[in-house]
Write a protein that binds this ligand. Structure first.
Ligand SMILES: [Ca+2]
Ligand SMILES: [Ca+2]
Length: 282
């Protein structure tokens, strides 16, 4: 704390003042004296000041204050306040970048799944998983833990004992996909299934959970009645996360939030937080 400040004093008073401080506190350690002359402020070290009176100098003002060569509490509070403001400003942006990155991971995985199914179709002539006897069959569970599901078949090696070498198994040339785990969805959600099914009849109005996908943005399904359908079902997806994925895969499809949830290849059920993504039909 300054004990004298901004006073017009002579050099003698400065020294008396410093001497009193020394007598009272026993030390001038951690104190500095400042001289202010013609508007500029220059530090005058106490040690030098006491031992060598600069009698030739004239001072207009001076002050002595405590210093500790670290941050004062006020300075620390100021620094912390600035850090807090920066964190508050940057944190939402950081979260948004992370969320965007997760949405992009899912979209990248979707592209990989599409390629795998196309390759599988090229060999087998169907997008349905093969049963034990080598016949393509609809399997609606889509859980990778079930060896009869499409994702389990896509990741199966052709030398695996599950390949019975009968019928379409002869044409099987897996693995078509390196990895698919229902319990570890890529990027978003708590679980992912790759399901196959027969779609609703062509032109059926789309809703959040039926076997319809509206690609031309008129509200009705564009999947042929006699086709088979492969799609992803991802659980526990937040509305914002759906919107990020939809904005990548369905940009421009749907004029309202509800239309965006029902149209295009990405559909969302706001009641159950389930997102469905079309992969392929044949
Ligand atoms: Ca349509
Ligand atoms: Ca959509």
């Amino acid at each position: 704390m300054p004990f004298l400040k901004n006073l017009h004093l002579t050099t003698e008073i400065i020294y008396r003042s410093l001497s009193r401080t020394l007598a009272r506190e026993g030390s001038l350690v951690n104190r500095e004296a400042y001289l202010e002359t013609d508007g500029s402020r220059r530090p005058l070290f106490v040690k030098y000041c006491l031992g060598n009176k600069p009698t030739g100098l004239s001072f207009s003002r001076y002050q002595i204050r405590e210093t500790n060569h670290g941050f004062t509490l006020i300075e620390m509070i100021g620094v912390l306040a600035v850090i807090a403001i920066l964190v508050a400003l940057l944190l939402p942006k950081v979260f948004e970048i992370i969320a965007e990155s997760k949405a992009n991971s899912l979209v990248a995985a979707v592209r990989t799944y599409e390629t795998a199914i196309v390759d599988y179709y090229a060999d087998i002539g169907s997008i349905l998983p093969l049963d034990v006897g080598g016949t393509p069959v609809v399997e609606q569970g889509g859980d990778s833990a079930n060896p009869l599901s499409l994702p389990a078949r896509l990741t199966l090696d052709k030398s695996d004992p599950l390949n019975t070498e009968t019928n379409s198994w002869v044409k099987f040339n897996g693995p078509y996909l390196v990895k698919f785990s229902t319990n570890s969805p890529p990027g978003l959600g708590s679980a992912v299934q790759m399901k196959t099914r027969t779609p609703n009849p062509y032109g059926t109005a789309t809703n959040a959970s039926n076997g319809t996908y509206d690609f031309n943005n008129d509200g009705n399904s564009d999947i042929p009645t006699n086709a088979y359908l492969a799609f992803l079902r991802i659980t526990d997806v937040g509305l914002k996360d759906f919107e990020r994925v939809d904005n990548i895969l369905d940009r421009g499809i749907g004029a309202t939030p509800t239309e965006r949830q029902l149209r295009g290849r990405v559909k969302y059920n706001t009641g159950s937080n389930v997102m469905r993504i079309y992969l392929m039909h044949k």
